[in-house]
Design a protein around this ligand. Sequence first.
Ligand code: INI
Length: 155
Amino acid sequence: MRVIEGKLDATGMRFGIIASRFNNFITERLVQGAVDGLRRHGADVDENVDVAWVPGAFEISFCAHKMAASGRYDALICVGAVIRGDTPHFDYICAEASRGAGNAMNQHGVPVAFGLLTTNTVEQAVDRAGAKMGNKGFEAAVTAIEMASLGKQLA
Ligand code: INI
């Protein structure tokens, strides 16, 4: 049996992080977590990591497509924070962000990790941005490394 699985070694790999500014008190922490996750697994974050900021999670899709199409990255990491309000706006934004990230991944063959928080409350978002529930930016970075490694093996 041949087992194929990604390694958690980001040495020499290039990553793009797409971060939304909306709720930036959360998303800056997610970016920090993602960069920390890449650095601690061997990425040269000064040379090989780009961070692109977009206004809100709705715009993640556009940026993910552009960065995936550029051929510059082994994997992309999307981070953002959508917090439910009183109207259905939340659902439209989350749907577009997830659809866009998935399409960018599959259309361009570049792994895209989805570190978008979609929460009912601010507290739930804080918990997932470096508090009780860890840092989803860090987790997304580890996923991106694993998938980039797997992608290279499958190429
Ligand atoms: N964008 C977010 O990233 N999170 C939110 O919680 C949010 N809310 O609540 O409205 C949000 N809205 C902005 C949206 O992503 C777009 O930037 C805007 O609609 C312009 O296209």
